[in-house]
Design a protein around this ligand. Structure first.
Ligand code: FE2
Length: 288
């Protein structure tokens, strides 16, 4: 009876032309990889996700990713992997960008760099979906304008599909919010990455675009955004460089589920999550 009911629900779901997308935030090192491997099967099942995007910019010890992480992320269900500014810090990452169209980097780096800034995926029912990645400039490298790059890319992308997921890899909250207004109604979702702390502003913008300023980190929260606490404090207090060391412990997965109406490309729902949830009360252990 339960199987029959589940089957009907799924069929209705498909008939209604809705697509469930799972976007997992920045994987940091081995703690992030182990966490995503353990928890993503349950999330795919919970959200009936048919399309999975993972930001893997920090997957290899905090900087870039290698064939090992790429292989593992595709094996556990990723369809597209996005990256960011740290992808260029790992010499093993460039050949991946040059050869694998399912691993992308921000579009608005100057011409001459390897890799794609957007890519398409065709689902089983022939639905086309595009993932576009852009990078902000405030407090980051002064690369090409992400707003103009988005306008330019959308002219080509919209000839193929209305279903467009944007990973906006940026540091400044204001720049991310501005991009939300710039692209509202022209893309299905704008998911902020890079700052590693999930924001509480997941919403559907007035013209139908799902938006969150930052999706958060999948990695060790016993750290300073992935960096070992002691190293981060030394850097801040002494004001000199200290060698990067990964944080350890308290690994969590952060992401969003977005439901898209594939007939319009508009978002119908966005739901953010962090698992395991943060402890918010010392009294929880006494509640039952
Ligand atoms: Fe980044």
């Amino acid at each position: 009876m339960l199987i029959w009911k589940t089957f009907l629900t799924y069929k209705e779901y498909k008939l209604n032309n809705k697509l469930s997308v799972l976007f997992i935030g920045d994987i940091v090192g081995e703690p992030g990889m182990n966490c995503v491997k353990e928890l993503i099967p349950g999330l795919i099942q919970k959200y009936k996700a048919e399309f999975v995007v993972i930001n893997g910019e920090n997957a290899d010890k905090g900087k870039g990713l290698t064939e090992k992480e790429v292989g593992e992320l595709f094996e556990i269900g990723a369809h597209i992997i996005t990256t960011g500014n740290h992808i260029w810090d790992n010499w093993k990452s460039k050949p991946i960008l040059a050869s694998n169209p399912k691993v992308i980097r921000p579009l608005n780096y100057p011409p001459g760099n390897v890799g794609l800034g957007y890519t398409f995926h065709t689902l089983e029912d022939e639905t086309q979906i595009c993932v576009l990645q852009l990078q902000g400039r405030t407090y980051m490298q002064t690369i090409d304008c992400p707003f103009r790059a988005a306008d330019f890319a959308l002219k080509a992308i919209q000839e193929k599909t209305k279903n467009i997921i944007v990973d906006f890899h940026a540091d400044a909250t204001a720049e991310k919010i501005a991009m939300g207004w710039h692209l509202d109604g022209r893309v299905s979702a704008i998911i902020g990455t890079h700052t590693h702390v999930q924001t509480a502003d997941a919403c559907i913008l007035p013209n139908g675009t799902a938006y969150i300023t930052d999706v958060g980190m999948t990695g060790p929260y016993n750290s300073v955004v992935g960096l070992k606490k002691e190293i981060a404090l030394k850097r801040l207090i002494h004001q000199i460089p200290y060698k990067y060391e990964m944080g350890e412990g308290d690994a969590r997965i952060a992401g969003v589920n977005v439901i898209i109406d594939i007939t319009t490309g508009q978002a119908l729902k966005i739901e953010s999550f962090v698992q395991p949830e943060f402890v918010k009360s010392v009294f929880e252990q006494f509640e039952s």
